[in-house]
Design a protein around this ligand. Structure first.
Ligand SMILES: NC(=O)c1ccc[n+]([C@@H]2O[C@H](COP(=O)([O-])OP(=O)(O)OC[C@H]3O[C@@H](n4cnc5c(N)ncnc54)[C@H](O)[C@@H]3O)[C@@H](O)[C@H]2O)c1
Length: 352
């Protein structure tokens, strides 16, 4: 199968590319390497994949890239609320305009299947257990851009296969490592400082291992079917933040949890997620535990595979600040982006 991964040189994309090429698929990665952390696609990606350096908001580059593809996967977003809050217009362009422009090109090129990487963050804060039919409750820019993209893509891909993957928070090792998501960050902090800062810690979060995300992607790609939305993870991998800290503490003997009160600016996301739909469609999906992901990140830090785990190169927020300050990325505000920004500016954030 000919698969185009938009944003495929990132944390998830590099692992997905290796997995998909290993299964014999032909993979083309399109990425602008927007964090410019010395990312070298030749080092990050298998030699059997193709690489195109381009901006995912450029319709002409998207048109060339998706031509002849069997499936197009968009995983080129700006991840997490802190990065999105740095520049809301840029966040809307990367997380909303880009996937919509790519879907338009994919549709025009007759691509049979479009896959969009969304997030369980769309659920925000909920009592009880959320599933794919729960009305989203987006609490910030990141989740709002994802909800809006999901809705517009569903309209755009009417009559074609569209799969939306709402990922749990990802952990584990990647050629393009990120250490800024909760489990990876706590693991690196525990090893670097002997401490795990924990403020409050009662909020619930689902987690998923990076290899399980790549495998789920491979499975959905081989079964294109109508419009589907899956939460990606496993029921037993719902944790409170305090439980994540305890799991890290077990993997890093001697480290201490520094428990303090909840901070006012704390991330308010709090939900328990059902992954029953994925487990029914793909029995045995997402088998890897948090403890395994923590172990492999800890092993990589201890083996000095990650030279200085506290460096900004492992942190998208710091990387984006540098890119913005040095003018390497900015909102384009061209005609397409301006038109699509208007959708965001006028979106009713109450349930549709
Ligand atoms: N990592 C997680 O925990 C997680 C959880 C839920 C959802 N997701 C979603 O999965 C996707 C991938 O996440 P990730 O952790 O791999 O992120 P990442 O930041 O590591 O990768 C994103 C890649 O996209 C590229 N990119 C972004 N905008 C671009 C543009 N306009 N032009 C060219 N390249 C561009 C970046 O250079 C980067 O290589 C995102 O859409 C994210 O929202 C991730």
């Amino acid at each position: 199968m000919r698969i185009v991964l938009l944003g495929g040189a990132g944390y998830l994309g590099t692992v997905a590319t290796r997995h998909l090429t290993g299964l014999g698929h032909h993979v083309t990665v399109v990425d602008g390497l927007i964090y410019q952390r010395g990312d070298d696609p030749a080092r990050l990606l298998p030699t059997t994949s193709a690489f195109i350096h381009a901006d995912l908001r450029d319709p002409q580059a998207l048109r060339r890239a998706v031509s002849g593809a069997d499936a197009v996967v968009h995983l080129g977003g700006l991840v997490g609320e802190p990065a999105c809050a740095l520049d809301e217009r840029l966040a809307v362009e990367l997380n909303y305009a880009s996937p919509v422009l790519a879907a338009m090109e994919a549709r025009a090129a007759g691509v049979a299947h479009y896959v969009f990487f969304s997030s369980c963050s769309v659920y925000g804060s909920h009592d009880g257990t959320v599933d794919e039919d729960t009305t989203p409750n987006p609490l910030g820019i990141y989740a709002r851009t994802k909800v809006l993209a999901e809705r517009t893509l569903a309209d755009l891909m009417d009559g074609r296969a569209l799969t939306v993957l709402r990922l749990a928070t990802v952990h584990g090792r990647s050629p393009r490592q990120r250490l800024d998501s909760v489990a990876n960050r706590m693991t690196a902090q525990a090893l670097a400082t002997g401490r795990i800062p924990l403020n409050g810690g009662g909020q619930r979060r689902p987690l998923v291992h990076i290899a399980d995300v790549a495998d789920t992607l491979a499975q959905v790609l081989t079964t294109p079917e109508g419009h589907r939305t899956f939460n990606v993870g496993a029921d037993r991998e719902n944790y409170t933040i305090a439980e994540i800290a305890a799991t890290v503490q077990q993997a890093v003997p001697g480290c201490r949890i520094d428990a303090g009160p909840e901070r006012d600016e704390a991330d308010a996301r709090d939900y328990r997620t059902s992954f029953a739909r994925l487990a029914t469609a793909f029995p045995g999906a997402c088998p890897t535990s948090l403890a395994q992901g923590v172990r492999e990140v800890a092993d990589a830090v201890q083996a000095k595979e990650l030279d200085h785990p506290d460096l900004p190169e492992y942190d998208n927020l710091a990387g984006l600040k540098n890119s913005l300050a040095e003018g390497r990325i900015s909102a384009l505000a061209d005609d397409d982006c301006t038109r699509l920004h208007a959708d965001y500016a006028t979106a009713p954030w109450s349930p549709r």
